[in-house]
Write a protein that binds this ligand. Sequence first.
Ligand code: SAM
Ligand code: SF4
Ligand code: SF4
Length: 335
Amino acid sequence: MPLLDALRRPLRDLRISVTDRCNFRCVYCMPKEVFGPDYQFLQRAEILTYEEITRLATIFVGLGVEKIRLTGGEPLVRRDLHELIARLSRLDGLKDLTLTTNGSLLTAQARGLKEAGLKRITVSLDSIDDDVFRSMNDVGVPVATILAGIEAAAEAGLSPVKINAVVKRGTNDHTIVDLARHFKGSGHIVRYIEFMDVGATNGWRLDHVVPAREIIERINAELPLEAIKPNYRGEVARRWRYKDGTGEIGVIASITQPFCGDCSRIRVSPEGELYTCLFGTRGFDVRSLLRGGLRDAEVAERISAVWRVREDRYSEVRTEDTIGLRKVEMSHIGG
Ligand code: SAM
Ligand code: SF4
Ligand code: SF4
């Protein structure tokens, strides 16, 4: 019997944020004014070790998790990430192991990640326009660096690469179609993400959101599209393909078309707090269980208890009041 929450949703996906640090300062995620030189990141002793992450992941697979995504912060800034991938890829019962990265360090690491057992990869790239992209990552990294990373991933056998682009009105929405055109025919899949009110520091406003419907209309006007079926139940991206058969794109519409009804995801922060929703305000401390001498079965029982009472459906009940809550930061929990 799958482990079900209070709304009868099974636990299937685990997202592990391996670090709260990042070499980018994307304006919609880690604005420099907040994440400046004095910002206190977690200390090494606070974050879960690879042994602890592997133990936790093993427990989760025992509870029904089939898919693990590593994220951050920027996962590739954590030392020897391939060692963690190698451990996780050996877990019996795990069907999918993937990673979300900003791509800036990928050229050097792609082969090692693939050899360690990584199955798929998602690379974030918000614009194909160099000036726009530099001003969005806010540390001056050029588009060419990320394109080289995507190429390296494809050559290493991590193809097709998924490419995440957050769309913020007035910032990069005028480059949506150019991004689609660039990757059309490449085999890679661009997924446009509605700017979300995660965290409490990114100055989110509803008028910054470009609805998925509008994103599709703008692309369709130049590159005709048709809707296609999801690959599986609970897939977050809605899929569209080019009518001329040269590939597909996706939109993740968590603001305008929420998908909480099928949400089977749990997230763990770098210091071992469990969040049953991306918009959570408080985590469940699992690190103290791991470090406190509990047996795996006991940890599993505590986690099950957290999942069984889960009622989260933030995106379906978003209001002016919930927008102002002190939610966990995206750079901490990883999207
Ligand atoms: N650093 C890695 C990266 O950027 O791919 C992994 C972590 S990042 C938090 C994961 C994803 O969340 C990225 O694709 C990023 O663009 C997206 N993201 C961050 N802040 C967001 C926001 N406010 N709304 C929507 N997506 C966001
Ligand atoms: Fe870093 Fe990713 Fe957040 Fe950008 S979106 S600041 S790359 S964690
Ligand atoms: Fe899942 Fe929370 Fe997002 Fe809804 S708002 S899809 S419950 S993470």
